[in-house]
Ligand binder design. Structure first.
Ligand SMILES: CC(C)(COP(=O)(O)OP(=O)(O)OC[C@H]1O[C@@H](n2cnc3c(N)ncnc32)[C@H](O)[C@@H]1OP(=O)(O)O)[C@@H](O)C(=O)NCCC(=O)NCCS
Length: 383
């Protein structure tokens, strides 16, 4: 018989505060998100991803000179990954999920970083930069290799979002796609103590290294209840096929007691402010060939699901509208969650630095609910 579940536990650590952070302010009742006090709406409209990484890590917006230096350093030191890593990725199984590939490739990047075990603030900032610049290269590398194409070396001139699209396709990216990816990267760069950030900080709290923390965080983000939801949303839209079938699909899904992916959030009990911004983005794509149809399906699903779920505090989250927006930028569906990694690595690495600056081992407890005492029965006497 399964043991009875404890009533007094905060199951899933809901509502439990375990650390101070100076990065993201979130008001889940009002639908507010600010990075270091700056509204997410202003950053999405005006900032480059590189600027946001600097803000999260250094605590203030860079001046033009600081930003130029930061960007130049990214390009110079870290966009190119070691040949050994490229060779290894070429031999990874071609049918593996890109998140499993990325988790392994990031670990491998650490293996080839001679400074991986140096634990000074400067060395850890350098590792954060290496991860931020290297991850897009790893994602694009695997995408090219699995399609039988040669990898495209990173550009020395393009910004972060544009360079990624360039490495993916080998062509100069169009402005609309660059803007979509940049906005997406800005919106998802940090978000308090979500599951993957908690993982990264827990690993850092044992005084393990930056690469281990980020590898663990990638594993956590992979799950469909967290970062893997964006891929599932797109698959739902494909399954629905057309806007006229969307409302019935929502009703059937909810009547069967199943969840609508891209809906619900542990913290937001109203519309996720990032979802509001991405919905506007998605709506602007409604006329685009190949994409417009999926935007139309998404909007009917969103409205029908909101009608049934919003009274329970369940609203679209950021992953819901990210799906058509990433699709419009030409990102393969199973690469949606790696793009989430490409963004969230900013928050993870900044959180690891924050944890290291004021560390205490994270070690909660479990309440034992099994039998209190029972004898060891020798093998021959067991029923
Ligand atoms: C994000 C998520 C894991 C948060 O879960 P949580 O805070 O633990 O909430 P619970 O799983 O306890 O759900 C609370 C209630 O809302 C319902 N619910 C939560 N998300 C739902 C969804 N996406 N669709 C339908 N119902 C949902 C649950 O069935 C439950 O209903 P009940 O009280 O009648 O049993 C959850 O909303 C979910 O699974 N969403 C889909 C996956 C997703 O989009 N993840 C990305 C998050 S950014």
């Amino acid at each position: 018989m399964p043991a009875e579940k404890s009533e007094e536990l905060a199951r899933g650590l809901a509502g439990v505060t375990v650390a101070d952070t100076e990065m993201s302010f979130i008001d889940g009742e009002a639908g507010v998100l600010r990075y270091r006090g700056i509204p997410i709406e202003d950053l999405a409209e005006n900032a480059s991803y590189e600027e946001v990484v600097y803000l999260l890590r250094q605590g203030e917006l860079p001046t033009a000179t600081q930003l130029d230096e930061f960007k130049a350093n990214l390009v110079k030191c870290c966009r190119t990954v070691p040949d050994e890593v490229i060779d290894a990725v070429r031999h990874f199984p071609s049918g593996a999920h890109p998140m499993a590939i990325l988790r392994t490739a990031v670990s491998l990047l650490g293996l080839h970083d001679p400074g991986a075990e140096v634990e000074t603030r400067t060395a850890n900032e350098a590792k954060a930069t290496q991860l931020m610049a290297g991850i897009p290269t790893l994602i694009a590398l695997y995408e090219r290799v699995r399609n039988g194409q040669e990898p495209v070396p990173p550009s020395q001139e393009l910004g972060h979002a544009a360079n990624f699209l360039y490495m993916l396709t080998g062509e100069d990216p169009n402005e609309v796609a660059v803007r979509a990816i940049n906005t997406y990267l800005v919106l998802l760069a940090d978000h308090g103590f979500n599951a993957s950030t908690f993982t990264a900080r827990t690993i850092a709290s044992t005084e393990s290294d930056m690469y281990s923390a980020i590898t663990g965080a990638i594993g956590t983000l992979k799950g469909p209840l967290h970062g893997g939801a964006n891929e599932r949303v797109m698959k739902s839209l494909f399954e629905i096929e057309s806007p006229d079938k969307a409302k019935a699909w929502v009703d059937q899904t909810l009547d069967k007691g199943q969840r609508i992916m891209g809906f619900g959030h542990r913290v937001y009990k109203t519309l996720d402010p990032r979802a509001r911004i991405l919905r506007q983005y998605a709506e602007a794509l409604a006329e685009e060939p190949d994409v417009g149809k999926w935007v139309d399906v998404a909007i009917v699903v969103a409205d029908a699901a909101e009608e049934r779920l919003s009274a329970k505090g369940i609203w679209p989250n950021v992953d819901f509208y990210s799906a058509p927006v990433l699709y419009s930028a030409g990102i393969p569906v199973d690469q949606f969650t790696p793009i989430f990694v490409m963004s969230r690595v900013a928050g993870w690495t900044a959180h690891v630095l924050e944890q290291q600056a004021d560390n205490r081992l994270i070690r909660p407890r479990a309440k034992y609910v099994g039998p209190r005492e029972q004898p060891y029965v020798p093998m021959g006497e067991r029923a």
